[in-house]
Write a protein that binds this ligand. Structure first.
Ligand SMILES: Nc1ncnc2c1ncn2[C@@H]1O[C@H](COP(=O)(O)OP(=O)(O)OP(=O)(O)O)[C@@H](O)[C@H]1O
Length: 679
């Protein structure tokens, strides 16, 4: 039962099934004293009766408890039959749980219940642990409190040597943390709230510290043992481009990142850098300058984008900038025609093509480079780690890898999910950009929104109207899009207005042609699904209308909004919804209207959804912590990172006596025998 319900297989699993909270058993609330401010309550009373009421989805079990001051209703929606069987009317119970109010009366849903007699006879600690449990287990006398009985029997059998220390003693002393054994005892059965806090802090630190050590180690091993091609000079191509072609001054952030890349690529080790830049922060030019650096040093480079459209756009933009330079760039995607493909492959193999832009077609087996020195992945979270790894195998000395992402990730998440990469942030927008004004409008205000688009078009601007199409195959949203398109056409009739439409069901050439008409300004409005979400650059577009905003997540909304405000004109984002909007969607809209800062939005996204759902981090097992939270434990994480780095700086092989226990713990955890195998 424990296995099935809680994944508890061993004694260790039980020890690591940590309590949710502790309750002070001496504190009992009287029913008539409960008020809406009381969150958790503990009541002692007699079970009056229990009845199953309602039908189908409304079916529930309601029981009544009486103490000397009044009656309290308890409700269950799940495990109804199990629970009713276990309840004994006329007996005294101790009841614990979160209290709500319904029709002015206190009510508890799915409370913890225990016979008062058994609580008294057990004579437990006064700070009693409450464990996560399930309705099935509760009905089998293994509720959140009773699980504690199992642990209280187990823990005294466990000796200090069974839970050996894994952190270095000097570190524990410095941070005034309890031993690992003490922490395990105190997290279950603390003598005081302070002991409990100290235990939790120690165990959270341990989790985060070990994760940070592991990440730092991977990075360290790469810096130590990897070989990388050397870009030793800034040559004529780069210099000419920088002085004569580059159409603007680089921002401070662009210069800083370029400098970091210069350092990485000059030291004979493989670069593995993640550049995280907010939408429109100018990552493409940094990519191009790095490719020029590779060319100056006689190396080929490739730039991979997540979609055909983006590859084509990058290719067109970059070749226009390169036209007077002695380098050849080609495009290679899934839809490259066979004859052209053969030419590109031959050119890459004999070195006559120095740069290739494309989709993941670039990393297929058949693509051989003469001397690939740099691979840039414009990731936007669509390329998996496995694909990146594939790139590295293409050359005897692996190429430098630069991953660029336009989805800002909160610092805590980045430190954990990308801690093994070198990491730069581009948090500065090019000068002259005006903040985008974002507003929320509902269906009733649609005509006003269309009028607004007309006034912007009259000023020479262009507009996007975006529909949610979660899956391109989804019939319903496809029909929505088509209906929307007809509606937009009726508001904006030809020949005064022209509209482009782009969606995933179109053949690539048609998609590209429609896109191109919008890019060149031949059409005024782009009606599209989220295929334009990432990377499209039309600086003249000043209005972004998002239909059914409630269906989009925050980071997606931010990406979409980032398609406007890319020139010097004032831009607007209009978030359209139906009249009724869920609380969550309202919260997202509020954040979007309040800020344009992708990093702030990412923080909020993390708070609202938790780390497991944040885009790009899903595959990362690194984020599954038992106790630590990347939202609430920022300070512990920062300190774990600091001490992990310090430790490896002082003792990179962990050979000192103090660090040996940690080393063996890590190796055991990884199932490895030697240090160099951790990767
Ligand atoms: N330093 C700069 N000064 C002025 N304009 C710049 C600068 N850097 C880039 N730009 C321009 O800003 C626009 C956005 O740049 P780019 O497309 O590289 O952004 P990005 O970071 O890739 O954004 P996204 O991820 O949203 O596509 C482009 O039109 C580019 O030419």
């Amino acid at each position: 039962m424990l296995r099935k319900e809680l994944n508890i297989f061993t004694f260790r699993d039980l020890l690591e099934h940590f309590p949710l909270r502790h309750i002070d058993k001496t504190q009992v609330n009287l029913i008539n004293e409960i008020n809406p401010e009381t969150e958790f309550i503990q009541v002692a009373g007699t079970l009056v009766d229990s009845t199953i009421i309602g039908e189908k989805r409304g079916k529930r079990l309601v029981a009544r408890i009486r103490d000397k001051s009044g009656i309290l209703e308890l409700t269950w929606f799940q495990g109804i039959t199990w629970v009713q069987k276990s309840l004994l009317p006329g007996k005294d119970y101790l009841i614990y749980g979160r209290c709500g109010f319904f029709n002015g009366r206190p009510q508890m849903t799915h409370p913890e219940m225990e016979l008062l007699a058994s609580v008294k006879s057990a004579g437990k600690n006064f700070l009693e642990p409450i464990y996560p449990s399930t309705e099935k287990l509760k009905a089998r006398s293994l509720n959140g409190r009773q699980l504690g009985t199992l642990t209280s029997v187990l823990l005294p059998q466990v000796a200090e040597r069974d839970i050996p220390e894994n952190l270095p003693a000097p570190l524990l002393q410095q941070l005034k943390m309890p031993s690992r054994y003490r922490a395990y005892c105190d997290i279950h059965f603390p003598k005081s709230p302070q002991d409990y806090q100290a235990a939790v802090r120690r165990l959270k630190f341990e989790e985060l510290f070990i994760a940070q050590i592991r990440l730092a180690l991977i990075k360290l091993q790469r810096h130590r043992y990897s070989r990388g091609v050397v870009f030793e000079k800034v040559g004529d191509i780069f210099t000419h481009f920088y002085n004569h072609v580059l159409p603007f001054q680089l921002t401070g952030a662009q210069k800083r990142v370029l400098k970091e890349i210069r350092q990485d690529t000059a030291r004979g080790k493989q670069m593995n850098r993640l550049v995280q830049g907010d939408v429109g922060s100018g990552k493409t030019i940094v990519a191009l300058l790095t490719m020029l650096l590779a060319a100056d040093n006689g190396y080929q480079s490739c730039l991979m984008a997540p979609t055909e459209i983006l590859s084509q756009q990058h290719y067109q933009g970059l070749t226009a900038l390169l036209k007077d330079l002695p380098v050849t760039m080609r495009l290679l995607t899934g839809s490259t025609k066979a004859a052209e493909r053969r030419k590109v492959l031959a050119g890459l193999a004999d070195g006559s093509i120095q740069m290739v832009v494309g989709t993941h077609a670039v990393i297929e087996e058949s693509v051989q480079f003469q001397n690939l020195g740099l691979a840039i992945v414009d990731e936007q979270h669509r390329f998996g780690v496995a694909q990146r790894a594939k790139l590295w195998q293409k050359a005897t000395i692996p190429p430098h890898v630069l991953v660029m992402t336009a989805t800002p990730i909160p610092r805590t998440l980045a430190m954990t999910a990308y801690g093994d990469l070198d990491y730069s942030v581009m948090d500065e927008l090019p000068p002259g950009r005006q903040p985008i004004t974002t507003v929320h409008r509902n269906e009733m205000q649609r005509a006003g929104v269309m009028d607004f688009i007309r006034t912007e078009i009259a000023k020479g601007r262009q507009a996007y109207i975006i529909y949610p199409l979660i899956e391109e195959s989804e019939k319903l949203s496809y029909e929505d899009l088509m209906q929307g398109y007809e509606q937009v056409k009726s508001f904006f009739p030809e020949p005064k207005y022209y509209i482009s439409m782009v969606h995933g069901r179109q053949p690539p050439e048609q998609k590209e042609a429609n896109m191109q008409r919008f890019v060149t300004g031949d059409t005024h409005i782009m009606v599209s699904t989220t295929v334009i979400e990432v990377g499209v650059n039309v600086p003249n577009a000043s209005v972004m209308v998002i239909e059914s905003t409630e269906k989009f997540g925050l980071s997606q909304l931010h990406q979409l909004r980032g398609r406007v405000g890319r020139g010097s004109e004032k831009s607007f984002c209009i978030l359209l919804t139906g009249e009724r909007v869920s609380k969550d969607a309202r919260e997202r809209i509020k954040i979007m209207c309040a800020t344009n800062d992708g990093f702030k939005i990412a923080e909020k996204d993390l708070e609202l959804r938790g780390p497991g759902d944040i885009e790009g981090t899903r595959q990362s097992g690194m984020l599954n912590f038992k106790l630590a939270s990347l939202i609430n434990d920022k300070a512990i994480l920062e300190s774990a990172k600091k001490y992990a780095q310090l430790l490896l700086e002082q003792d990179p092989d962990m050979t000192s006596a103090d660090n040996l226990p940690l080393k063996s713990h890590l190796l055991a955890k990884e199932g490895k025998t030697s240090w160099s195998k951790i990767s």
